[in-house]
Each structure stands twice: as C-alpha cells, then as structure tokens.
Write a protein that binds this ligand. Structure first.
Ligand code: AMP
Length: 464
C-alpha cells in the first residue's frame, strides 16, 4: 500500500536574543527561498508563549501583510521555507509545527528526510500517538513528548537518537533554540552571530542578508542548545562516517554560501574546470544554463580558454506553478523561463553547460532553443555524473525509471538531445573537487550506493 509520509526539502533559520527577531527571520528565509518555495512560516516566543504564522506560497506572499509581525513579538524566532511534492493538499504540513505537551509549547522546523519514518510512525501509533500531519517532522515531536527527561535538551536528545536519515532540526521552546544535525551531516547547518546574538541557518547566505557573521558549522551529530546563557553542546549519537550531500555543491546551495567548510562558488567552479579537462572541445563560446550552472560554466571557460558569454536569459518572475493541462501550452514552460540571446549565439560553436540532467526535458528544449537562435554546433557538458538513483536524504528527485540515464546510454542521450557532443563529469573527478576526502560525501544519486540502509519509505520516492 502506498505510504503517505511526506518529506521536505527545506531551509531553516533561527535567531535568539535580537529585537525584531521575526523580521530578521523573514529576511533570512528570503535568502533561503531557493531551498523551498511551497510554503513558509515563522514562530516566535514572547512572554512564555509561542506565536506562529505560516501559509502556502513564497516568503514574500506569506508575509505580504506586514501587520503579522505585530503578532510575532519576541526576541527568539525560528522560520522555515518548504518544498514538498504533494502540493496544496498539505496545508497542515506547513512548518514550523507547534505542539503543546504537558503545558509546555514546542515548535520545530526540519530540513531533510528520515529513512526509518514508516517504522517509527507505526510504533508510535501502536502506543497511542495521534498524528496531526503526514509529515515525517512530527515524529520527532512525538518521540520528545515520550521522553522521561525533565529538560527540553534531554527530551530532544532522547528523540533524535532514534532517527535515521537526513535531519537538520531547529526546535524552539519558550526560552531556547535547540539545533540538531544528523551524525552523517547530509544537509548543511551553520552557526553565526549578529551583534552578540546567535543565529543558525541552513546556508550562510542567510547570515549575509542580515549582516551576521559565520562562526562555524553545527557539527554532524551535534545537538546545540542556544539560550541566554550561551551555547551548550551534546553529541548523543554513535559516531559514524560523514555523508555530506555532494548535490548541495552541484546544484542545491547558493554559490555565495559556505557549506561543509567551503565556498560553494569555489567548488562549483572547480567542477566546471574538471569538466573542461575531461571533455575538451573546440568551440567559440561557453554558455551556462542560468542560474545554477553559471558558475560551473565559468570554470569550464577559465580552464578551456573559451570565452564565457551570457547566451540565455532567465526570467526570474516565473512562479513554480506554471502548470497547464494542455500539452501545447505546457511546452511553453521552458520558453517562459529562458530566452536565448540571438546576437551572442548566431553562427557560433557553443559549449552549453548544465549542472545536471534529470529527466532530460529541460536540456532537450534548451538545445532546440539554442539551435533556433542560430548555433552552428552545440556541445552539451554536464558538471555532474549521470543521475541514476533517487535521493532518500532530502533532495527532490523523480523515480528511478524517470531518469534519462536509466533509459538510454550516453550515446543515445546525445542523439536524443540532438547535440554534436555530450560529456558528463566522472564520479572520480567530481569527488576530487571539494577539499574534504572522497568518502566524506554521499553520492548515492550517481552510484546507487547509499551511506545508510534505506528502510521502508514513501512509494512515491519524490522525496524532498
Ligand atoms: P530535467 O529537465 O528533468 O533533466 O532537469 C534538469 C534541470 O533541473 C537542470 O537544469 C537542473 O539544474 C535542474 N535540477 C536538478 N536537480 C533538481 C531538483 N532536485 N529539483 C529541481 N530542479 C533540479
């Protein structure tokens, strides 16, 4: 039977001690918008009570009416941007989630997804838990409520020890934030400071917008309590190998963030350089598919000496909901998003760089577009290896059967895309680009070898 637990790919932000904490969180979430556009929410603590506001849509839509900040009083706040794959039906799943247990209020925001959620949920339900949402995030709250510990920190440590998979949590009680990062460290989580106040966020670009300073990452396996008394850390998990998500460097994180100890921009540029070394070609210009592949395209250009050009313009005002039941209208989607610059492309031999090919639909349409704009030759280059397996750790990916690399050989994909040549970066070269050792990374989507055993999980596999 189809299991309906929903997993989210998300951004989280928290701040303690600052006046206008909710407004600062709003700006932080703005910077994390790329990590989730479906819904957003902020919870604050004021005079012992937690106040929550959340809704469907992008951050600017949800908080369009600024009078809501009047209700989000307090100097402690946690916020969340979310993207799951189940659409509008999941209003109850919007985060942060807020519960009251034995007169204590507790809120949580989560980035990642659990691989033992089905099993945990079944066991909790057998013991009488009644779930209000279909999100795996709620499981941690139920586990915390069942803990015998008398401190919030103790309850949370007891709860998260039972979890497997990818999880970065920000819990908010009336007077503290507790940040948790799973022992594998799949997703990034950074600690910063703003005028003496601690800030925590999925990516450091959320610090830049409010003028906060990056201090360090929340460590894999760390449960970090942030209160007026300062920081307190516990490491309640058994030690395990790291499994940082390489796809954060390839596509997901913003190039202006520092994650896993390194600038995303630097790593992404090196990926482009390595791609040029592995798949050189004679051409006139290099074009990146904006925005995510621009940095890798720059790297390709630097290494190959072929001029980088802005040959595709992205319209940034396209919502995610441009879905029309009519196929002829649906085919316009790529045109709504991208337009070629004919003057740049016409008569040129073009190296077209993208960060990844998933189903192959975007690349096929873009190639047609670039050809119609007068390209003489198109050499498609991908700054990651072929994607062959779903992600169970927080990146939204389709089912295994939908990946083009599982349906066609590279030679067949080249023919399908109708390009003169096609080159993907190898797994070996990709793993050499970050400064950390190769085996610190999860590369499951490229190898189907996962760092942890996958339990029973959503049959949809379009996890988030
Ligand atoms: P496709 O058209 O299915 O081959 O998708 C490839 C495009 O989607 C590339 O331009 C990527 O930058 C982008 N992409 C890769 N992974 C994801 C993801 N998990 N969610 C949304 N877009 C993605």
């Amino acid at each position: 039977m189809a299991e309906s637990i929903i997993h989210d790919k998300c951004g989280v932000f928290g701040i303690l001690g600052a006046s206008k904490a909710a407004e600062l969180t709003y700006f932080g979430l703005y910077s994390l918008q790329h990590r989730g556009q479906e819904s957003a929410g902020i919870v604050t603590s004021h005079k012992g009570k937690l106040n929550l506001f959340k809704g469907m849509g992008e951050v600017s839509d949800v908080f369009a009416d600024k009078s809501v900040f009047g209700k989000l009083k307090g100097k402690i706040a946690v916020g969340h941007t979310r993207y799951s794959t189940t659409g509008a039906s999941s209003i109850t799943n919007i985060q942060p989630l807020l519960v009251t247990n034995r007169n204590e209020m507790l809120a949580v925001a989560h980035n990642g997804n659990l691989t033992n959620s089905v099993d945990l949920k079944r066991k909790l339900e057998e013991k009488g838990s009644i779930f209000q949402t279909t999100s795996d995030t709620e499981i941690a709250l139920h586990l915390a409520a069942r803990s015998k510990s008398d401190s919030v920190m103790g309850k949370i440590c007891d709860a998260v020890k039972k979890l497997k998979g990818a999880f970065c949590y920000l819990f908010l009680s009336h007077d503290r934030i507790i940040a948790v990062r799973d022992p594998w460290g799949f997703r990034p989580l950074a600690l910063g400071k703003l005028n003496g106040h601690y800030v925590v966020a999925s990516e450091t670009c959320a610090f830049d917008i409010i003028g906060a300073r990056y201090i360090r990452d929340v460590e894999p396996g760390e449960v970090l309590e942030i209160s007026e008394q300062g920081l307190k850390s516990e490491f309640p998990f058994a030690k395990t190998k790291h499994a940082f998500c390489i796809f954060e460097y390839i596509y997901f994180s913003r190039p202006d963030s520092i994650i896993f100890g390194e600038n995303v921009d630097k790593v992404r540029r090196r990926l482009g350089r390595a791609l040029a070394m592995e798949h050189p070609v004679e051409a006139d210009i290099v074009i990146g598919i904006p925005d995510s592949a621009n940095t890798a395209a720059l790297g390709y250009s630097e290494e190959s000496g072929i001029r980088f050009e802005i040959g595709l313009i992205r319209n940034h005002y396209v919502g995610r909901s441009f879905i029309d039941p009519d196929q002829s209208i649906r085919d316009l989607d790529v045109k709504v998003k991208f337009n070629p610059v004919r003057g740049v492309i016409e008569g040129k031999r073009v190296v077209l760089v993208d960060d990844s090919i998933v189903r192959g639909t975007t690349s096929k349409k873009l190639v047609q577009m670039v050809r119609q704009a007068g390209a003489k030759e198109i050499h498609f280059r991908v700054s990651s290896p072929p994607i062959i397996a779903p992600c169970y750790f927080g990146i939204d990916m389709p089912t295994k059967q939908e990946f083009i690399a599982n349906k066609k050989t590279i030679a067949e994909i080249r023919k399908y895309l109708k390009v003169e040549s096609l080159g993907y970066l190898s797994v070996e070269a990709m793993l050499k680009m970050p400064s950390l050792p190769d085996d610190d990374f999860c590369v499951g989507c490229f190898t189907e070898k996962y760092p942890i055993k996958i339990g029973q999980t959503s049959s949809k596999l379009r996890l988030g």
